[in-house]
Every structure is written in C-alpha cells, then in structure tokens.
Design a binder for this molecule. Structure first.
Ligand SMILES: Nc1ncnc2c1ncn2[C@@H]1O[C@H](COP(=O)(O)OP(=O)(O)OP(=O)(O)O)[C@@H](O)[C@H]1O
Ligand SMILES: [Mg+2]
Length: 455
C-alpha cells in the first residue's frame, strides 16, 4: 500500500498517528492533532564522512568569524511601510502581513510591488484569492506602476515554489497563506497543518534564494483563526494592519521584527487611488476635533512618534444592569479602571449610565498614557461642558494609578512639542503641579469654553 505523505502529530504530547483523531490517543487531549508532512525517507540517515553514531559533528566558529555580508534593504517606495519594516525589506526575509478582511492588504502589497518594480527590482505577485483579472482591476486604481507587476494566480504550493525558483524575483508576495495548498498534506487550505507547511517551505525558499517573501494572512477580530497566530514564531517579521473597514484611517504596526524596532507605526488613509500615507496625522485629527462636551485631545505615542488624536466620550443614563461600557480604540479593561478611579478618587460616578469612549478616525492606542485624556473626556461628558479655552481643544496625557495619582508617561517632551506645534498650550500632564487625577480634573474643568457652559 502506498505510504501516505503526511502524519498527524499531537501539539501537546508529540504523539504521532497515521490518521486524524479528535482526541489524541497519547495524552487524551481533544483537538490537538495537526497534520505535518512526513520527512522524506533517508533524510535522517547518515551523511558521507560520518563518525560517531553515523552523524558528522560540526565545528563551531565564533560570532566574530561568521561572514555576514551587509545587504542593502529594498525600499518599497511607501515611507510609512519602510519605517515599520525598520528601513525597508531585508532580502531573504519572510514577512507576514496580517489584517482583517478588506482592510487593504492586497492594496498595499500591490502598490509596494509596483514601486519596487519601478526601481528596477524583479518582483512577483502570487494571487491565490483573486483571479489575475480582479487584481488588474485593483491595479488600475493604483496607477501605472502597479500594472507593471508580473502576476500568477495559483494556489498549489509546489507550482508556486517552482515558479519562484525559475523566476528568481527579489521580492515576492503570496496572497494569502490561507488559500495556499500543499499536496503532501490532506488537510484543507487554511488548516493549521497547511498554513504551517506553506509558511515553512516558503521560509526555506526565501533563505535559500535570498528572495524577500511577503506572506499575506487574514486575522479575525479575535485573531484566533489558524493563520497568522500560528506563524508568528516562524517568520522574521509580523506586520499587522489595523483599523476598521468602514473608517478611512488604518494603522500598520510591527508586532515582531527581527531586523528593526517594533515600536514604529504608520498611518494610512484608504482613497480611490489606494492607500495613501498620512504623514501629518496629528494635523488632521486636531483639525477634525469636534469641540463639544466629551471631547479631549490625547497626546499619544505611536512607537517613537507622537500623535494627537481626539478622544470622545458619551455618558447616557440607562436602565440596563449592568450598564454598557463600550471602548473603541482603547482597551475595555483600561476604560473600566479609569471609570473606577474617577468614581473613587474624583467623585465622578457613572454607575447608572452607559459609557461610550471612542478614538476618532479608527485609531487604536494601547499605552496607559491615554488614561488621563479618557478620564477628562468622561468627566466633560458627565458635566456637559466643552473643555479648552477659545478655539483650541484641551489636550492631555498621563497614566492613572489605582490610588488616584497621575503617573509619568513615556516621552513627555515629544508629546508636548507635538501639541505645541498645533497651538495646543496648557496640556494637562503628570508633574508637580498636577500630582493627582483630582488636581488634573480641577484644572481641566476650569478651562471651559464659556458658551458651552451656558449650553
Ligand atoms: N474605488 C475605491 N475607492 C476607495 N476605496 C476602495 C475602492 N475600492 C476598494 N476600496 C477599499 O479597499 C478595500 C479592499 O482592499 P483590499 O482588497 O486590498 O483588502 P484586503 O485586505 O486584501 O482584503 P481581502 O481580505 O478580501 O483580501 C475595501 O474594503 C475598500 O475599503
Ligand atoms: Mg486581499
């Protein structure tokens, strides 16, 4: 009987089985068997010139003796993308670009390939999700550069690898990892085994030929899907494209980068002509700030770059028990903490009201430095007053401690410089003058636009 080319291995205990079982026969855990390609026969056999036990030992060399030629990075022609990558694509690296459906992964990769082709790099676009004609329609939107990108529409991994070996591109996009299929496994495309196999083989290929491979992957809202999550340890760089499809602004972040910092983030806007970099995002967000009760400008840090973004809060009485707590762009648990500190240490209780907090433009801020701005926005909504004097909104940053104290947030100077650039003076931030949330609220609620107080 022909030997099957795959085996099922338990991810908990390592038990191997020729067939799939719902429950591992080894450790009796449920749903842990993952399909893997069987190693080719003889792969573990001895090599020529063997000594002990049939295996030739290696001779270690010091790191100083290791040859490491400096290879130039490839610029994608998209400044924000290059910055997030740590200065461009590294030849021979495997980059995973994850994001929810429709966020713009194919758009940004097609634009980047167009730019790379225009600067005399050999590129290849492998589309498994869309036909070549569909990709062309998108490329028409993106301009002449994108139309020069060579494309193959294929989902069979062996065919794709053979094509890359023949074409020898400098950069190759594989869109997406979930639809690619290796014939050596029986699992459906997108299953954990298939996704790992596809990524593993493309990784080998990238290292062997020096091709930079950009692997596109979908993540669901929970990020739980077989896909990007199971690949994070394998690839060199994980980029995450975030934002909401319905909103214009999208953020690109590096979650892992073997060749650069993971602090960088890029802001993009989806337009007719594709994803456009928003170089001065702060200017947009400050100009768009609503100047109404419940609105405060947060001086946030996006990696090493300061970003001014509007925090909006709405507090509405409710009969619901427990009342609703909705957070858009800030962590829900962080909002709960801010509300608890507001109630306990500043006398602003919202126990019988729904609270909605949202960052404008679909931006997401994960740092605790956002606490004070959220607290001020909620207080402003509760009191029904517009914070800030004259035409300029009130700006703030700082972390809240559980005892109601204001704590230092990273890079205060950069945040203040950014705020000043847009004419926002009197930024409320932790310091001797404002040691506690109560003091910050007093100061904030005294800076009220007179007309708004009457309303
Ligand atoms: N003419 C247009 N003008 C502006 N935005 C557009 C236009 N056409 C499409 N879009 C935007 O592009 C998005 C789709 O982009 P793209 O196909 O690159 O996303 P994706 O992340 O690759 O999606 P998928 O998960 O389906 O592969 C749409 O959600 C829409 O916001
Ligand atoms: Mg796509």
């Amino acid at each position: 009987m022909a030997r099957s080319s795959s085996i099922f291995v338990c991810s908990a205990c390592g038990h191997q089985s020729a067939k799939w079982h719902g429950r591992c026969p080894g450790c009796e855990e449920w749903d842990t068997l993952v399909e893997e390609a069987r190693a080719p026969q003889g792969a573990t056999r001895s090599r020529a010139g063997t000594t002990r036990g049939g295996v030739a030992p290696l001779v270690p060399v010091t790191l100083g003796q290791v040859q490491a030629p400096r290879v130039a990075r490839l610029s994608t022609g998209i400044g924000e993308l290059d910055r997030v990558l740590g200065g461009g694509l590294v030849p021979g690296s495997l980059v995973l670009l994850g994001g929810s459906p429709g966020i713009g992964k194919s758009t940004i990769t097609t634009s980047a390939m167009g730019n790379l082709a225009a600067s005399a790099n050999k590129v290849l676009y492998v589309s498994g999700e869309e036909s070549a004609a569909q990709v062309r329609l998108r490329a028409e939107r993106l301009g002449a550069g994108a139309l020069a990108v060579p494309i193959v529409a294929e989902t069979d991994l062996d065919t794709i690898i053979a094509t890359i070996e023949t074409e020898r591109p400098d950069v190759c996009v594989v869109d997406s990892v979930q639809v690619m299929h290796s014939a050596s496994l029986t699992g459906a495309p997108g299953s954990v085994g298939q996704v790992r196999e596809v990524a593993g083989r493309l990784m080998n290929l990238a290292k062997r030929l020096g091709v930079a491979v950009v692997l596109v992957g979908h993540v669901t809202k929970e990020g739980a899907l077989a896909g990007p999550r199971v690949l994070e340890h394998l690839v060199d760089c994980v980029l995450s494209f975030e934002g909401e499809r319905e909103r214009t602004y999208r953020t690109l972040r590096a979650l892992k980068n073997r060749f650069g910092s993971t602090n960088e983030a890029g802001v993009f806007e989806m337009r007719e002509e594709g994803l456009v970099e928003v170089e001065d995002a702060s200017a947009r967000f400050v100009a768009e700030a609503t100047r109404a009760p419940g609105s405060v400008v947060l001086c946030a840090m996006e990696g090493s770059r300061p970003l001014l973004v509007e925090v909006q809060a709405l507090v509405a009485p409710t009969e619901l028990v427990p009342p609703r707590r909705m957070a858009n762009g800030v962590d829900r648990n962080r909002l709960a903490l801010v509300l608890a500190v507001l109630a306990r240490h500043a006398g602003i209780a919202v126990g019988s009201a729904d609270v909605f907090v949202s960052l404008a433009g679909g931006v997401r801020v994960d740092e605790p430095g956002a606490d004070l701005a959220v607290a001020l926005a909620v207080a402003s909504a509760v009191k029904g007053v517009t914070l800030g004097r004259g035409a300029k909104p009130l700006a703030a940053f700082g972390e809240l401690g559980l005892t109601g104290e204001l704590r230092h947030a990273a890079h205060p100077d950069r945040r203040l410089v950014e705020a000043r650039k847009f004419g926002l003076d009197g930024v409320l931030c932790p310091g001797e003058r404002l040691p506690t949330l109560r003091a910050a609220l007093q100061s904030g609620l005294s800076q009220v636009t007179p007309a708004a107080r009457a309303a």
